[in-house]
Write a protein that binds this ligand. Structure first.
Ligand code: PMT
Length: 418
């Protein structure tokens, strides 16, 4: 399956004759399973029509200063957050210059500046413009800012000249974009990830559960797979379709989750526990459906084992990452959990009620905001915050951070034991 499957892609089209190839790129992106939104600069509309891209993408096209942005139901900043990747193809010399210098004078350049998505550009211009020193240094500036540069190719040009500056062919653009989602940061490592809620049975039809949807854990599992890891995903009940990981284990209760984790942990390098595991279970589960005969009903609860602590207390243990969903004193509670549970890293999310300045994040939302703390030798060592973004994007950033911390930890361990 293409790594573009299920990804949100913004295709930015600037003014250039190669814009006609972007129609085919839109079609191929959709065939690969991506959801595509097209943004056209004013110059682009002189080469190709928005109608073509609206028909191919199935969504209204975004323009500079147009009401169409409202019609499509997405504001600019939402589009910046929505994107997993932005690809500017063709990228004219003018737009490359603006992007390189952080200009935000039209919708496309504003979006690029406001987005934390993967960003790519496919230069397309006359060979003399391409060779110009300012174009070369602008491209370098962009790649230094972590933009991926695709091409250009060399050959005959629309102006009749021959040389470098042609936009890459669509199939090459597609495979380059697919490659951006394969970082290789966790190549060959074994990861065990838990996700979703646990359900603790009360009787054959009722249970105690929580609001976890599995989104955060599934996004992390997918990002880890894309980074080259062998992922075992152990999930409580969820309505989501599981990502294509190496092994998927569906469980219901905390007890089942614990058994699945402990039997998978032996050769695991990194354990990530996003699951909202029930702290308690019903001591005596009724064998038959409880009847509504009494005005009051008391349930006797007993504590579940702490799965992550069991993993962290093993003699040979993986790198252990916990999550903390908190409604108050978020950072302080998370720091305490990190040290108390002997974790290597904890990822805190604020799940207190949403408000105008704090939209719905955490449980059962596509969005989250993370405050991450990590430790070394039982002491708090560092922290980092990831602002509000889609869980899929946060998952990729978190995987990069975990991969870096894991490597640092392993080399420190090697030095200590030398
Ligand atoms: O699934 P979503 O809708 O996307 O929501 C994501 C999330 C909010 C559930 C997720 O981001 C999150 O924060 N998960 C942790 C939920 C939580 O409240 O954890 P906790 O504070 O109860 O536990 C701390 C850590 O110990 C967690 O890593 C947890 O998985 C682990 N734990 C807890 C209890 C237990 N018996 N065993 C455990 O391993």
């Amino acid at each position: 399956m293409s790594t573009l499957n299920g990804k949100n892609i913004v295709l930015g089209i600037t003014g250039g004759i190669a814009a006609y190839k972007s129609a085919d790129l839109t079609r191929r992106l959709i065939e690969a399973g991506a959801d595509v939104r097209v943004v056209m600069t004013t110059a682009a509309t002189e080469f190709v029509t928005a109608m073509t891209f609206q028909a191919l993408s199935g969504h209204p096209v975004f323009f500079d200063n147009s009401d169409d942005t409202e019609a499509s139901g997405m504001k600019h900043i939402e589009l910046a957050r929505w994107a997993d990747a932005i690809i500017v193809a063709p990228a004219s010399a003018n737009t490359i210059a603006k992007l390189a210098h952080g200009r935000a004078d039209n919708l496309l350049t504003t979006l690029c500046l406001a987005s934390e998505a993967i960003k790519c550009f496919a230069p397309a211009m006359n060979r003399v413009m391409w060779d110009d020193l300012s174009t070369q240094s602008n491209c370098k500036r962009l790649t230094d800012k972590n933009w991926f540069q695709f091409g250009p190719a060399s050959g005959s040009q629309a102006c009749g000249e021959i040389g470098e500056g042609r936009m890459l062919e669509v199939s090459d653009l597609l495979s380059s974009l697919e490659h951006c989602f394969k970082s290789g940061e966790l190549q060959g490592l074994n990861l065990v990830i838990t996700a979703g809620p646990t359900y603790e049975a009360i009787d054959p039809v009722r249970f105690i559960g929580n609001r976890s949807s599995g989104r955060m854990g599934y996004a992390i599992a997918d990002a880890a797979r894309e980074a080259g890891a062998n992922v075992t995903l152990i999930s409580g009940p969820s309505h989501l379709s599981p990502p294509e990981v190496k092994r998927f284990v569906a469980v219901e209760s905390a007890d089942e989750m614990q058994q699945a984790v402990m039997s998978s942990i032996k050769s695991c390098h990194i354990y990530i526990s996003t699951a909202a595991v029930s702290d308690y279970r019903v001591a005596d589960v009724a064998r038959q459906k409880i009847k509504k005969t009494e005005d009051r009903l008391s349930l006797n609860l007993t504590k579940n084992d702490d799965i992550i602590s069991a993993v962290a207390n093993q003699q040979v243990r993986p790198y252990v990452v916990g999550f903390a969903a908190e409604t108050e004193n978020v950072a302080e509670n998370a720091r305490q959990k990190l040290l108390r549970k002997k974790l290597d890293m904890i990822v805190a999310n604020d799940v207190s009620e949403s408000s105008a300045d704090k939209p719905d994040i955490g449980f059962n939302s596509d969005y989250n905001a993370l405050h991450i703390f990590w430790s070394s030798k039982g002491q708090l060592e560092g922290e980092q915050q990831f602002e509000l973004a889609r869980k899929t994007l946060l998952a990729r950033k978190l995987i990069t951070l975990i991969a870096n911390r894991f490597r640092d930890n392993s080399s420190q361990h090697a030095k200590d034991t030398a």
